[in-house]
Ligand binder design. Structure first.
Ligand SMILES: *Cc1c(COP(=O)(O)O)cnc(C)c1O
Ligand SMILES: [Zn+2]
Length: 439
């Protein structure tokens, strides 16, 4: 099976074995095109059977939720090229309490943060780094992989690259990354470079650098990554026995993951695995919401903004690379865009924690969006909703700790849980327990 890259602007094709990141004719983004004719030789039922037969497989590569779907992702990649950490196969967790809180019938969380480096970026990086192995095998000049990152991309890239003995370089906005995230690429021995700029500045620098020295671009403008991230849609639907929810809500920054979600849903639809389709909601932090602005203008305009600081640091992006792909995703899946303020996202993730989750701030943005869309009637009371949780809450413990100590600026911490300090005496401890439990 031969897949290829196709320009989303002018339609120019490029072979899959060419090192190319954007169209040389019109400089637009590329997308991977698979041979749908060949793929549709199997019926929807046969694909379901094949995917189900690989579920809970113990051996590589099918112990990976990504490579278990390899025919749809990267059929040109051979077993020996594959660099996997057993990513994917993440839980889809039902929360009655969160459904009640949001006011909808069912609410499930797709826990993409339960993964090797703690975010969904692993789904894309296993494919990108495996593709680099493929390129090297056929003699292409790749000396190192490089990315700009707000944290999670660099963590995933450096881990997968290190496990394949490929040097990695990460450009980070100086001082804007949580210590827990910064330590990941450092530990995996990436060359970590802090730049006095924001994410958008780092991204521009990467684009300038990849022209030279065999540096291979690993940001989500690289279409190979989105192929792996597409499995979020396929896996979620598989877990729902291919009964689509009414909504899939996803936090969006650079908007690669939004377009990957839609690409996965399109394949499910085209190859006959689903008959109805979910609507998509992209949730943005109000402080970094260029897609929301465009949505409010019926997509007549798209203008970059200067992203303001947000607790949801991975989506503090003002000039999203994949905005055109995200707009077509929204149009294709009758989608909407919603925003969450800092207070809304902090309280939404704290409420999720109160009922047993450990939600990252980006998941908080998505949960807050569900509640708002329910309140303004876009999501109906009878709707079933899946929220894509993009990272592990453990990466953001500092924010949680500040939330509960009441030291997050300008945030009224509605679900604050204070530490009680008391004398080392049973009667004093019992008093605290009584008052805490209202006994
Ligand atoms: C990368 C990332 C996002 C945003 O994904 P995009 O593809 O940039 O829209 C959201 N949440 C987390 C935790 C991330 O790491
Ligand atoms: Zn083009």
């Amino acid at each position: 099976m031969k897949s290829k890259f196709r320009c989303i602007g002018c339609g120019q094709d490029y072979p899959i074995d060419q090192v190319v990141f954007s169209c040389s004719q019109c400089s637009d983004l590329l997308a991977v095109e698979h041979e749908t004719k060949l793929l549709s030789q199997k019926s929807g039922i046969e694909w379901k059977q094949l995917f189900d037969s690989r579920h809970c497989y113990s051996q590589a590569p099918y112990n990976s939720g990504v490579w278990a779907k390899r025919e749809w992702i990267a059929p040109h990649i051979l077993d020996n090229d594959i660099v996997t950490m057993g990513e994917g196969n993440s839980p889809l967790v039902t929360s009655k309490q969160l459904a009640t809180w949001a006011g909808c019938k069912e609410l499930r969380i797709k826990q993409c943060g339960i993964s090797h480096t703690g975010s969904f970026k692993d789904l894309g990086m296993t494919v990108l780094v495996s593709h680099v192995q493929f390129l090297k095998r056929i003699g292409r000049n790749v000396s190192a992989v490089i990315c700009a990152s707000t944290g999670d991309t660099s963590a995933a890239l450096s881990a997968y690259a290190a496990s394949a003995d490929i040097p990695s370089i990460v450009l980070l906005p100086q001082g804007k990354i949580s210590p827990a995230q910064l330590v990941q690429p450092i530990s995996n021995h990436a060359t970590v470079i802090g730049l006095e700029t924001d994410f958008d500045g780092c991204m521009a620098m990467v684009k300038e650098l990849v022209q030279e020295h065999g540096l291979y671009l690993a940001n989500s403008m690289n279409a190979m990554r989105l192929e792996g991230q597409k499995t979020v849609a396929i896996e979620t639907l598989q877990q729902l026995a291919y009964n689509p929810p009414d909504w899939i809500v996803i936090p969006g920054g650079n908007l690669g993951n939004t377009s990957a979600l839609a690409a996965g849903l399109r394949m499910l639809r085209e190859l006959g695995l689903i008959e109805t389709q979910p609507r998509i909601c992209v949730a943005q932090a109000a402080n970094a919401s260029p897609l929301y602005n465009s949505y409010k203008d019926d997509f007549n305009s798209t203008s970059p903004v200067t992203a303001k600081p947000t607790l949801a640091s991975a989506i503090q992006i003002g000039n999203p690379v994949s905005i055109a792909k995200a707009i077509s995703a929204i149009q294709d899946f009758d989608g909407v865009v919603e925003t969450a303020t800092e207070q809304e996202l902090a309280n939404a993730s704290a409420y999720a924690d109160l009922v047993g989750q450990y939600a990252c701030p980006h998941t908080g943005v998505a949960l807050a969006a569900v509640k708002k869309l329910r309140q303004n009637g876009k999501i109906a009371e009878s709707d079933k909703v899946v929220v894509v949780s993009t990272a592990a809450g453990l990466k953001f413990s500092e924010i949680k700790s500040n939330y509960h100590s009441g030291s997050l600026e300008k945030i009224n911490a509605k679900y604050r849980n204070k530490i009680h300090k008391t004398k080392n005496e049973a009667s004093a401890v019992i008093d605290v327990i009584r008052s805490s439990l209202s006994l």
